[in-house]
Design a protein around this ligand. Structure first.
Ligand code: KG4
Ligand code: ZN
Length: 345
């Protein structure tokens, strides 16, 4: 069964065709970063206008790269929530129209569940065949930081989340302060490689008590890094700001914050398989730290499937269809997620 997946929840305009929820036949991702970079963040109005301009060509390219025509498609899936409303509506409306015109099933998907599904796609014939539920999900992106217990592809219990900034947001804000570029995760990741992570000692949040054992907080770390950088700036010689050491020390603490919450979730749940997803899951230091944990089975999507893409949407769309479920064409987009249960220890 071949599914077309469309993702336009934020600033990537993406479409993919995936067979049987596993094999990627095409995966086209057009980033709008150059149009938002000068604002150091995504401008919703620009994002939805660019999606409107690009969506037809992106979907068309997905067909060209897969060597398929519209009559080969068995279903269309699109991200319906959460995300920027105007952006979501572009991909969702395109998908619904396609499904209606072709008289094929349409599936509205949740972006967070799709990110968690990404690790189950086959990439260049590499498949995580033995992935069994339940597992722990580590969803870390620009908009979300969620540690959850995944009971099925569409059923997660939230064990922990951020009480302020998302993990990717912290990378983006620190990068902005370093005047390095947007989105900042990959710049900080790259810069940290030439720095010493022991030069600065940044504070860890003190919130792992009671119901907060698996929660994270990034605002204190972000402020500490910015204040430390400002102290160097005030001394007046920009060349002497040790940005690589600051980046490495920040990244080490940011990852430590995540891991402390994740290891609490492992301890509380007894689950030893961790599946990561979201843009920050591409972080090389996070991947290294989890690879050292031999007692855990940590599964990461390849870096190109960590960020927003249409393949994860097509993949999870297939899982619904396989179960005989589809969405009515009256489904609309929503900026927020509803229905995930928070579970306290
Ligand atoms: O999943 P994603 O593409 O979009 C959202 O759903 O938010 O994630 C984007 C986020 C950005 O904050 C970006 O800075 C971060 O992922 N990111 C990284 C890395 N690559 C992307 N953060 C840390 N290290 C990276 N290598
Ligand atoms: Zn995302």
């Amino acid at each position: 069964m071949k599914i077309l997946g469309i993702e336009t929840s934020c600033d990537e305009c993406a479409a993919a065709i995936v067979e049987d929820g596993r094999t990627i036949l095409s995966n086209v991702i057009a980033t709008q970063i150059p149009f938002h970079a000068e604002y150091n963040g995504v401008v919703p109005e620009i994002a939805s206008r660019k999606h409107t301009e690009w969506i037809y060509n992106i979907v068309n390219e997905a067909f060209v790269q897969a060597h398929l025509s519209v009559s080969d498609i068995d279903g269309v899936a699109a991200t319906a929530n959460p995300g920027l409303l105007g952006s979501l509506l572009v991909g969702l409306t395109f998908a619904k129209t396609f499904a209606w015109a072709r008289r094929i099933p349409f599936i509205a998907c949740n972006h967070i569940l799709a990110h968690l599904y990404a690790a189950q796609l086959c990439n260049n014939h590499l498949c995580n065949d033995n992935l069994k539920y339940p597992f722990l999900g580590l969803l870390v992106s620009g908009g979300h930081t969620i540690i959850c217990r995944a009971l099925d592809f569409d059923n997660i219990e939230i064990l922990g989340t951020t009480i302020d900034d998302a993990a990717g947001e912290a990378f983006d804000k620190v990068s902005k302060h370093f005047q390095m570029g947007y989105p900042g995760g990959k710049y900080i990741d790259g810069l940290a490689k030439s720095g010493d992570s022991d030069v600065f000692s940044f504070p860890l949040p003190n919130l792992h008590k009671g119901g907060h054992r698996c929660d994270v907080s990034y605002s204190g770390l972000k402020t500490a890094v910015i204040n430390q950088t400002e102290q160097f700036r005030k001394k007046g010689t920009p060349g002497i700001i040790p940005l690589p050491d600051l980046a490495a020390s920040f990244q080490k603490t940011a990852v430590e914050i995540l891991l402390r919450a994740l290891f609490n979730a492992v301890e509380d749940s007894g689950i030893k398989t961790v599946v990561a997803g979201g843009g920050v899951a591409a972080n090389s230091y996070l991947r290294e730290r989890l690879a050292e944990k031999k007692e855990l089975n940590c599964i990461f999507p390849p870096p190109e499937l960590c960020g927003d893409n249409g393949a994860m949407v097509a993949g999870i769309g297939f899982k619904y269809l396989e179960r005989g479920e589809q969405s009515p064409l009256c489904v609309t987009a929503s900026a927020r997620v509803k229905g995930f249960k928070r579970k306290y220890p």
